[in-house]
Design a protein around this ligand. Structure first.
Ligand SMILES: O=C(O)CCC(=O)C(=O)O
Ligand SMILES: [Fe+2]
Length: 359
């Protein structure tokens, strides 16, 4: 699909459909209007219901290690080499993005840009995934209205606006580098350090946005940075895949938050961890880690998927395990760049389409 930004967002699963801005604004509005009367207005005479957030947090799993001020040397030796996830609280503390990437700032600086949103990332999976284009300022308005109504209990979480999910950060905020001065790029392998921002992907969405259980499609390592709001991650190592009922290469049928053990009995035996990331925090997920991500608030984040030589080569060998050929090609591009010492920016032209790839 060629959208208004000129981004070539190929549908990875061949099923995404584009609908226009006006249509989705109307659709979200109508869904809010269709709510049953008892969810509107005063809640005084309603039975007490657990707030959604506490219901979601009821089930607790072992918590991911957290290391404030972790040195990059220890990050590689204690976590990357050992395949262990870790949260580094306040990793973005020197970056002004943390305080300046507000809705007002986005409206003023990039509000007129067209962005691609995803609708259909939900508890039932991703088979109904659609892409929608919108002006960023319209999207911000729609999210603000939803947050107000959600707080007043006038709207259901499932009727949330779509999710700005996994767009190249520089396509939304071309001057992001200025606001990310002081960013801890030494958590990346050398090969990425000068150009990491060109590999960064942006996420912005309302409370309760969901990315269902999956692994990242190139089997990369992932550094995830939380800028606004909180997100809860439920994590499983890649070797737990046999318990998770995989489909479409990288997605899992099981609802990691509220599993149905009748439909998915094997999930009972899965080893699960979790963490909550807050503004400024970094989360490291090792290559192929499964993750289910719920926004607890209106939330803004970015991530970088990256390879070591080892994971890039494993990513090529994954052809044997059913990795789509196109993904194998992207892994080969990175492996070639790293093994021949070509700088990252030299291979980017062959890799860039991956960053605009809808999943
Ligand atoms: O934040 C999200 O909703 C999804 C994040 C994710 O899947 C990733 O970083 O790979
Ligand atoms: Fe992911």
């Amino acid at each position: 699909m060629e959208n208004l930004m000129g981004l070539n967002s190929t549908a990875k699963d061949g099923e995404s459909v584009a609908i226009g801005t006006t249509a989705w604004v109307q659709e979200v509005g109508q869904r809010m209007e269709r709510l049953p009367r008892e969810t509107m207005g005063s809640t005084a005479d309603l039975p007490v219901v657990l707030p959604l957030e506490s219901a979601l947090l009821k089930k607790r799993y072992p918590v991911v290690a957290s290391r404030e001020n972790l040195s990059s040397t220890n990050f590689f030796s204690d976590f990357v080499v050992k395949n262990r996830p870790v949260v580094v609280p306040k990793a973005l503390k020197h970056c002004r993005a943390l305080s300046c990437w507000t809705d007002d700032y986005l409206r003023e600086v990039v509000g007129s840009r067209t962005v691609i949103l995803k609708q259909g990332l939900n508890e039932e999976g991703v088979t109904g995934l659609k892409t929608i284009t919108s002006q960023l300022s319209d999207y911000l308005d729609c999210m603000a209205l939803f947050e107000t109504r959600l707080q007043r209990n006038e709207v259901l979480a499932k009727d949330r606006p779509p999710y700005l999910h996994d767009l190249p950060l520089l396509s939304v905020l071309p001057d992001a580098a200025d606001d990310l001065d002081g960013f801890p790029s030494d958590y990346f392998p050398d090969w990425y350090r000068a150009d990491w921002l060109k590999f960064a992907q942006f996420f912005l969405g309302p409370s309760q946005s969901l990315t269902p259980l999956h692994f990242d499609c190139l089997l990369t390592h992932n550094l995830f940075f939380q800028v606004r709001g909180r997100k809860r991650f439920i994590l499983l190592h890649h070797d737990q895949l046999p318990f998770c009922y995989r489909y479409k290469w990288r997605w899992c049928e099981v609802d990691a938050e509220t599993p149905d053990f009748i439909r998915h009995p094997l999930y009972r035996d899965a080893q699960i961890q979790e963490c909550i990331v807050e503004p400024g925090d970094m989360l490291y997920m090792p290559s192929g880690m499964l993750h289910h991500v719920r926004s607890l608030d209106c939330s803004m984040s970015f991530n970088v998927d990256w390879h070591t030589r080892g994971s890039a080569i494993q990513g090529i060998l994954a052809l044997k395990r059913g990795m789509p050929l196109k993904n194998v090609y992207y892994n080969a591009v990175i492996a070639l760049g790293q093994c021949t010492g070509q700088p990252a920016r030299r291979v980017l032209p062959w890799y860039r389409s991956y960053l605009n790839y809808v999943s």
